[in-house]
Design a protein around this ligand. Structure first.
Ligand code: MEV
Length: 307
């Protein structure tokens, strides 16, 4: 039994989304997780996950190991007490800790493949809820945006505690993603923003309101077929992210390089302090902006069309 899940990028509203403001995120098909579940001739639940250099049996892993936690959660959810003899093979082209949602994508694909193998396929809503439980184990206070965009595999306008809203693009647009190669410490940056917010609630609430307006305007421009206006909104969003202390020298260098190479706007994407930045480009300029990012130190670039 096989299942796959895409990566994701946040276009607007990261961090503010933790404080009940809307954010926009889209799936990225160029980065994928694939999980296959087959019978095992060895006894137990075997996991083969080369991207995290793991080949081992479930009972040798701590219960809160990200991969073990998914399996144990599903067994608990389905009321399975006897572990079947199975082999889970996990392959991923989503870089880990890069702001592309690798953890949530692994969890989504695992829940789907394993539940189908056990003849109890889960609905999207069930997968989304279970993956959110796993995200909470690892990230403290996640907003739920990563599991939502990856589970539904559609662009989402996301607000905590609100029904999922997907959106469609009036006109496709092109984004270049550049990876700093520095792991994004999302739990730490989310925690630091919380501490700063506690010290200066008025200022942070004001910034979150401004970002909420940016996300709302961006959705309108996307839906009405005017993505060319998104560049300026990205630059504005990036200024607020900087004030929130979640940018970094490496991100700033790539963002600057993208703008100099003709991008219409650029910002970090995800938790920040590392991980990825994104730039809005005319399709014809995508390759040259990607090349400039590589020259400026990006460890990897992805060109993706949002449609
Ligand atoms: C992480 O991809 C996005 C953050 O807004 C955290 C979250 O929403 O849980 C930084």
């Amino acid at each position: 039994m096989k299942a796959s899940a895409p990566g994701k990028i946040i276009l607007f509203g990261e961090h503010a989304v933790v404080y009940n403001r809307p954010a926009l995120a889209v799936p990225v098909d160029q980065a994928q997780v694939e999980v296959e579940v087959t019978d095992s001739d060895k006894s137990g639940v075997w996991i083969d996950a080369p991207m995290v250099e793991l080949h081992g049996e479930l009972s040798t892993l701590p219960d809160d190991h990200p991969i073990a936690a998914v399996i144990l959660k599903l067994f608990q959810h389905l009321g399975i007490s006897q572990h079947p003899n199975i082999l889970l093979t996990i392959r991923s082209t989503i870089p880990v800790a890069a702001g592309l949602g690798s953890g949530a994508a692994v969890s989504v694909a695992m829940f789907r493949a394993l539940s189908s193998y056990l003849s109890h396929p889960l609905s999207d809503e069930q997968v989304n809820g279970l993956v959110f439980e796993i995200e909470k184990l690892h990230h403290g206070t996640p907003s739920g945006i990563d599991n939502t965009v990856i589970t539904y595999n559609k662009p989402v306008f996301y607000m905590k505690h609100k029904p999922v809203e997907t959106f469609t693009c009036g006109k496709p647009f092109t984004i270049v993603i550049g990876d700093t190669g520095v792991p994004a410490p999302t739990k730490e940056s989310v925690g630091d923003v919380r501490r700063l917010w506690l010290h200066n609630e008025n200022r942070f609430e004001e910034m979150f309101n401004e970002i909420a307006q940016i996300s709302t305007m961006a959705r309108r421009f996307i839906e009405t077929g005017h993505p060319e206006h998104l560049g300026e909104l990205m630059d504005q969003n990036q200024e607020f992210l900087k004030q929130m202390t979640v940018s970094s020298p490496e991100l700033d260098v790539l963002i600057y390089a993208a703008r100099r190479a003709g991008a219409l706007g650029a910002k970090l994407s995800g938790g920040g302090r590392g991980g990825n930045m994104i730039a809005l480009v005319d399709q014809a300029a995508a390759e040259s902006v990607a090349a400039s990012l590589t020259s400026a130190g990006a460890k990897r670039t992805i060109i993706t069309e949002i449609k």
